[in-house]
Design a binder for this molecule. Structure first.
Ligand code: SF4
Ligand SMILES: [Zn+2]
Ligand SMILES: [Zn+2]
Length: 313
């Protein structure tokens, strides 16, 4: 296996691109691909301030690394969810994130849910949604709220997350199985700040395969948390990823094609009506100012209202 660029020892075979690269050329190639996505989808400019949401995992830490290498102005945002499990998931992921930021001289903002709201994510889920076995929907809502608020209050132009192609394809697969037009029209590399109170969200890794990100982290020597969140076990998204991996094994490039064809269809106006409808129904929450489609307070503020009562009593 020889590197196509220099003839040296190849370390990765990118079947979907029919490309074999050595370590040096791979570590050059990947940031170039990310830069292309940033340009193609008009994610941000070198003048803008980018807040990178980091979880301690390979994708988000590698994204921070890549954006820094590409010369962008970035800070990190770590949200402490207070999830334990065998490896003390949250403690370990914070330790690795701090270690990365320290080693690269980068600024990290840390927000711990329990310190701010009195309870950690699993407890909030347990107290406010009795009977639900997994805290994931509560966790997702909390993360989205805090990420947007931190980016808005910190004066950042854009919030970047480390979702890779496998993540995006799995979400797309799920949304397509249900034909969830509302979710489908909001899925994409960029979620514009077209509603008051909302910061632009971007996914610079949306065209990069998960295994390409793992190889990047390994070759760059980035120490990240290997374990998944203990609540991720059995998630439908993991099942969808496995299905898509089977497809990819027989048809290299299938995942990328699935995702890119979707973006093309969307650009062609497939979901335009649904997009307009959803946008019209959004208004700012009277308490936090973030957009919501429900009447009165948003779901986050209502949930936190319950938490406040619980922690007072
Ligand atoms: S898997 Fe863990 S981190 Fe992910 S949404 Fe569920 S609780 Fe939150
Ligand atoms: Zn080479
Ligand atoms: Zn609110």
């Amino acid at each position: 296996m020889k590197c196509r660029k220099c003839g040296g020892r190849g370390v990765i075979n990118l079947r979907q691109h029919k490309l074999i690269l050595c370590k040096e050329h791979y570590l050059e190639w990947l940031p170039e691909q990310v830069q292309r996505a940033i340009d193609r989808y008009h994610m941000f400019t070198p003048q803008e301030r980018v807040l990178v949401a980091v979880s301690g995992g390979k994708d988000s830490l590698s994204l921070w690394d890549i954006l820094t290498r590409l010369g962008y102005h970035t800070d990190g945002l770590y949200i402490g969810l207070g999830i334990e499990g065998e490896v003390h998931y949250s403690d370990e992921s914070l330790r690795l994130t701090e270690q990365f930021a320290g080693a690269h001289g980068l600024h990290l903002n840390t927000i711990k849910v329990a310190e701010e709201y009195g309870l950690a994510v699993p407890e909030i889920a347990q107290q406010t949604y009795h009977g639900q076995t997994k805290p994931c929907s509560v966790c997702g809502r909390i993360k989205r709220h805090i990420m947007n608020r931190a980016a808005r209050d910190g004066g950042y132009d854009v919030l970047a997350t480390g979702h890779n192609l496998d993540d995006e394809a799995a979400v797309l697969f799920g949304n397509t199985l249900n034909w969830s037009a509302g979710y489908l029209m909001r899925q994409g590399p960029v979620l514009e700040a077209d509603i008051p109170g909302v910061v632009r969200k971007v996914k610079p890794l949306c065209r990069i395969y998960e295994r390409e990100m793992a190889a990047y982290a390994l070759l760059r020597g980035i120490e990240y948390i290997y374990d998944e969140c203990p609540f991720a076990v059995g998630a439908t998204s993991i099942y969808y990823k496995e299905l898509l991996n089977q497809l990819e094994a027989d048809h290299p490039g299938a995942k990328l094609n699935f995702y890119l064809s979707f973006l093309q269809a969307k650009k062609g106006g497939l979901f335009t009506g649904a997009a307009d409808q959803a946008r019209q129904s959004l208004h700012p929450c009277p308490t936090c100012g973030q957009p919501t489609s429900v009447e009165g307070e948003c779901a986050f503020c209502r949930m936190m209202g319950k938490v406040k009562k619980l922690t007072k009593s």
